[in-house]
Design a protein. Structure first.
Length: 304
């Protein structure tokens, strides 16, 4: 299948490499010259010349809307995968004739996340959920200055609420829409950025009366965990160490970083909707981000 990857930062490079490994014909749209793949500077030219069947939008978050609008206006009717978050703020999705659209919340395809979801489907009553994710922003891309990254710039869609919105997505995916929400956070550290570097949310969802989510750019020791208490079990999932605990019994699995991205692309190529994040679900995550920011500013609980 002919594919076009729009944007060639670290995530765009990963998409291009994995699609090539899946025997796709890959071209890249980027502001900078690319030698590894056929390269375009202009989207309209890329669509006319390359005629891709599958497009991956992996440019800056604040450029997603314009990119999608151009794809629609140029008559693209193929499959579209958009890197998370969908947009930098909550807004309508453009009218289109795309055959399949999904947002790249690839943690849904993690083996342990699937195991957790299957186990929770059998749980009679959920009591509490604690979600934690944190890592030190200057260590993310050691070959470049973190202050120049989109993560450091709110106007480009940076900040933990958007950068680490995987946690918001899978909380809604696993535990249902929120009913009540409150949040606190912002730019609280000495990092030289203007985006939010720490946020905590407290939610009541359809399936669980108490869900806490903490996310930050500060942890020198990266951590990504989920702790769930049901009436019968205590479950802990460590996504970095790939460990699944249930009532003290530990299981370790082998999951490479590329695995979830590869499974996601295979689902897109095969038209398998199971586990893919829909536009509606991605919009719900954007709405949650919007409400969390409003709650943090007003210091109030917000009811749906």
């Amino acid at each position: 299948m002919k594919t076009l990857v729009i944007g060639y930062g670290s995530i765009g490079q990963r998409h291009a490499r994995l699609l090539n490994d899946l025997s796709c014909r890959v071209a890249v749209l980027s502001r900078r010259p690319i030698e590894s793949f056929p390269h375009y500077f202009d989207l309209s030219q890329a669509l006319d010349d390359w005629q891709p069947e599958y497009v991956v939008v992996a440019n800056r978050t604040n450029e997603h809307l314009q990119t999608i609008e151009t794809l629609s206006k140029q008559g693209f009717k193929g499959r579209l995968l958009i890197e998370k978050p969908l947009f930098d703020q909550f807004m309508p999705f453009p009218e289109n004739k795309f055959s399949l659209v999904a947002v790249a919340y690839n943690l849904r395809h993690h083996l342990l996340m699937r195991k957790l979801k299957n186990l929770l489907n059998e749980a009679t009553e959920l009591i509490s959920v604690s979600v934690y994710v944190g890592s030190y922003l200057p260590d993310w891309r050691t070959e470049s200055d973190y202050r120049q990254s989109y993560s450091a710039r709110k106007q480009e869609g940076g900040g933990v609420l958007r950068d680490l919105s995987h946690e918001l997505d899978y909380v809604l995916w696993l535990f249902g829409p929120w009913r009540w929400l409150t949040a606190a956070g912002g730019h609280l550290s000495s990092l030289e950025i203007d985006s939010d570097d720490v946020f905590s949310l407290l939610l009541a969802t359809d399936r669980c009366p108490l869900v806490s989510i903490h996310m930050n750019y500060l942890d020198r020791m990266p951590c990504r965990k989920i702790l769930v208490n049901t009436n019968n079990d205590t479950i802990c999932v460590d996504i970095i160490k790939n460990i699944f605990h249930i009532n003290g019994i530990q299981e370790t699995v082998s999951v490479e970083r590329d695995d979830t991205y590869g499974i996601q692309h295979q689902a897109m190529l095969n038209g398998n909707l199971d586990g893919l994040c829909t536009i509606g679900e991605a919009m719900e995550t954007l709405n949650t981000i919007d409400v969390a920011e409003k709650s943090a500013m007003s210091h109030k609980w917000i009811e749906r």
